[in-house]
Write a protein that binds this ligand. Structure first.
Ligand code: SAH
Ligand code: SF4
Ligand code: F3S
Length: 472
């Protein structure tokens, strides 16, 4: 199957650079250097998008600030996954009326997944009139042109057309300082899990060319990055749209050939596409962290079917048993939703029992949040929130005990960790991650930041490990 060309042509990207130059020249005429603030919510895909926006802003001549009141341009890069995430953004948007009053020339932009929702862009158009620019993930690469339109027209600009989506290579990126980097290997999602808004706001699955991914990873390793996380809503379906049979396991295998001292992680994986081949490759490749985030969402087969997840509890268990047999030290994490419409207490308890049986190292737990426009939002949802909260608390209790026990088992061991920054805890001034991505607070010298170090684990709790750097 030959997919139609979804890659933005290089001359279109060059055209955007033209707008960047126009803005840069205009801003240079000003007395002081303008500042921009990018506030990112949501998942790592959005963080990676935020780094692109910052890269574009920097090329336009902006300095970057964390303080909206100091900024000439404020961007809220939003997430639509749960209602709570949206409420926070509307709260922040409201607060920006004050910064704009103080600085009437301030330009306020709303982008990311919320911006792509019709309901949201209409509400912003009507009720948040201080917002100048609204653009969805599909228009991210056109940000220079859109911002130029705002400057030129002194009016409001909305770029939220519904699209299947494209791939834009060669955008500038301002990466976080430090040892860790994100690399999107694909965009969008085809799965339409019945509760989830992502396929509606991020378009269809499209995989980047493998050579583009390999070149980017190679560049990052050469620049000294020590941990590179490959991103996609479902990395296991990488390549399906490219034809030719080259899949995610092949990509991992090829990345692993790049020489250097670094770790590769990836997220997220969908159990319906996780193959034995993938686990075999993970086990064999020395750069690939023996860590797997494999969301199962529910332990009950009826609920899984209603969720449109396309695997059963038994299939999920078979997969992780295989993965654990191949990688005895595998660190396994997952996502779970409690209180899907129509879920009964007995069904929710099957989720709890799966958590009890598997013993995940950590779990990301959510109470179902209806997303307008999704199938599940149309289903009857008779169980009150207070009841769902009780099930949720039971789940947390089980998981917290599991996390604490898993962490306690590390005490006395010496582990290789990547020291990634300072911690707020003065007794344990460094923060680090194990190969399995467990948080370790470390006693040691700041010079270790950005390096792999051996740490003897002396203490633990539900959330973290504690240790001392071992000097060799
Ligand atoms: N593509 C990723 C998930 C991205 S969203 C994957 O499939 O693994 C991250 C998590 O948010 C999901 O795994 C799910 O557990 C949760 N989530 C998504 N939609 C939700 C909703 N409507 N209510 C509650 N949790 C939700
Ligand atoms: Fe949402 Fe499912 Fe796609 Fe993940 S795989 S982004 S949960 S629709
Ligand atoms: Fe949120 Fe969009 Fe990510 S909805 S979780 S920011 S893909």
């Amino acid at each position: 199957m030959e997919r139609k060309n979804v890659t933005i042509a290089p001359d279109e990207i060059a055209h955007q650079r033209g707008f960047t130059e126009l803005i840069r020249t205009m801003l240079l005429a000003r007395e002081s250097r303008p500042a921009a603030c990018v506030d990112t919510f949501g998942c790592q895909q959005n963080v990676a998008d935020g780094e692109k926006l910052m890269g574009m802003l920097k090329e336009m001549g902006f300095s970057l600030t964390d303080e909206p009141k100091e900024a000439d341009v404020v961007i809220l890069n939003t997430c639509a996954i749960r209602e709570h995430a949206e409420q926070r953004v509307f709260g922040n948007l409201g607060a920006l009326t004050h910064t704009k009053k103080a600085n009437p020339h301030q330009i306020i932009c709303l982008c990311g997944c919320m911006a792509q929702e019709d309901r949201v862009s209409k509400r912003v158009k009507e009720s948040y009139r201080h917002v100048d620019l609204v653009f969805g993930p599909h228009a991210l690469w056109k940000f220079p042109e859109l911002l130029w339109q705002v400057y030129e027209s002194h009016g409001r600009v909305f770029a939220v057309e519904d699209e299947v989506g494209s791939i834009a290579e060669g955008l500038p990126t301002l990466r976080q300082e430090g040892a860790k980097a994100w690399v999107s290997i694909m965009y969008g999602c085809n799965n339409f899990c019945s509760y989830c808004i992502v396929p509606y706001v991020r378009g269809r699955e499209r995989s980047r060319d493998k050579d583009a991914v390999l070149a980017e990873v190679r560049e990052l390793v050469e620049a000294g990055y020590k941990e590179i996380t490959l991103l996609g809503q479902n990395v296991n379906s990488y390549g399906n749209d490219l034809g030719g049979g080259y899949d995610f396991a092949d990509l991992l295998s090829d990345i692993d050939q790049i020489p250097g001292d670094y770790l590769i992680r990836f997220m997220s994986s969908h159990p319906k596409d996780a193959t034995h081949k993938l686990f075999d490759v993970m086990a064999r490749c020395s750069h690939v962290a023996k860590q797997l985030h494999l969301p199962f969402q529910s332990g009950n087969n009826r609920v899984l079917k209603e969720m449109n997840r396309r695997y059963t509890r038994e299939q999920y268990l078979e997969e992780i048993n295989y993965a654990k047999a191949k990688m005895p030290n595998l660190v396994l994490t997952s996502d779970v939703i409690i209180g899907f419409p129509g879920e009964t207490e007995a069904e929710a308890m099957e989720t709890v029992s799966l958590v009890e049986d598997v013993g995940f190292d950590a779990l990301f737990t959510f109470i179902y949040s209806p997303r307008p426009g999704t199938k599940a939002a149309e289903l009857p949802d008779p169980v009150p929130r207070s009841e769902k909260q009780k099930w949720f608390d039971r789940l947390l209790e089980v998981q917290n005990a599991k996390s604490a026990a898993a962490h306690a088992a590390y005490v006395g061991k010496t582990l290789r960790v990547l020291v990634d920054g300072e911690s707020e805890d003065t007794d344990w001034p460094l923060s680090s991650r194990t190969e399995g991505n467990r948080l370790v607070r470390v006693k040691g010298n700041k010079s270790l930041i950005g390096t792999f170090a051996d740490v003897k684990i002396t203490d633990s709790n539900t959330w973290a490990l504690y240790g001392e750097a071992v000097t060799v």
